[in-house]
Design a protein around this ligand. Structure first.
Ligand SMILES: C[S@@+](CC[C@H](N)C(=O)[O-])C[C@H]1O[C@@H](n2cnc3c(N)ncnc32)[C@H](O)[C@@H]1O
Length: 266
């Protein structure tokens, strides 16, 4: 906080922004404002600024991330929802029936599920993730609006009563090929779990398992939608076709996002 008449103190907005800028934060003024709004005390602000200067992701320092206009709680270590994934939400809500049964697999913080809850009325949302910290966040993010969150491997922890009834199965699984993990930005490599990033040799290990299981869980008009890279999308589409699904690849140039959709009917 500024002391009137004495110029900037270490906790003034200007001082916070210049520390952040010196540490390489491109949007230093915006980040300084968010940190100052988020800190309850000067001591907490000092701690938050220090963590950010050390390279912790802004979202982990603040404890939340904005995704599709929804404030999603994100604990340290949990995958920070990416802007490009808003395209997956846009594709998932298209033609979604009222009261749809929706599954958000590999849900992380539950960002996708929470965004879908905000956009569609009365949906029956079920989320799952293998990481207990992610499950903890997802519970805080989707349970207040009636969603359920399960801890475990892909579809295994979901209630069997959902089999053959899922209208929309949405998945942003880890899809980075193992050899490319080393090229990711530092914040991802150091502050998100390998479990959240590593998709195996060609990036599709998890999505192959999802494709194999999806037909058992989808309802007659159900769809499975997966985010992928543009380069991987033809291979993922072939994986979905081999699982007996009608396939469509959609691309947002603006968000640099690609989604492969598999449907039980055309
Ligand atoms: C790329 S992150 C995406 C998180 C979230 N869907 C989002 O878009 O913000 C992938 C998530 O998959 C989870 N995961 C990895 N392998 C899994 C598995 N076999 N079963 C369930 N979740 C898994 C990770 O813990 C991580 O939270």
């Amino acid at each position: 906080m500024a002391s009137p008449g004495r110029g900037p103190t270490p906790l003034s907005p200007t001082a916070v922004a210049s520390r952040l800028r010196a540490a390489g934060c491109v949007f230093a003024e915006d980040e300084a404002r968010l940190l100052m709004e988020g800190a309850a005390t000067p001591a907490q602000l000092e701690e938050m600024v220090e963590h950010r200067v050390q390279g912790f992701p802004l979202e982990h320092v603040l404890g939340w991330s904005e995704f599709c206009g929804v404030r999603v709680l994100v604990e340290p270590g949990v995958f920070v929802p990416r802007g490009r994934t808003e395209f997956l939400v846009d594709e998932a809500v298209r033609g979604i029936p009222a009261g749809a049964v929706v599954v958000d697999l590999c849900c992380g913080s539950g960002a996708i599920g929470a965004a879908l809850q905000a956009r569609t009325a009365g949906m029956d949302l079920h989320c799952s993730d293998l990481d207990p910290a992610a499950v903890r966040c997802a519970r805080r993010n989707v349970e207040p609006a009636g969603g359920r969150v399960y801890e475990g491997d892909l579809l295994a922890p979901l209630p069997r009563s959902l089999r053959g009834r899922v209208d929309v199965l949405v998945v942003n699984a880890p899809y980075v090929p193992t050899a490319e993990i080393a090229t990711l930005p530092r914040e991802a490599r150091l502050h998100e779990t390998r479990l959240a990033l590593d998709g195996g040799p060609d990036g599709l290990d998890i999505l192959r398992r999802v494709a194999a299981a999806a037909p058992t869980w989808l309802g007659p008009a159900g769809r499975v939608l997966a985010e992928t890279s543009e380069a991987q999308s033809p291979r993922l589409a072939a994986v979905f076709r081999a699982a007996g699904l009608q396939t469509r690849v959609s691309r947002s140039a603006e968000l640099e996002a690609t989604v492969v959709t598999g449907s039980r009917t055309a």
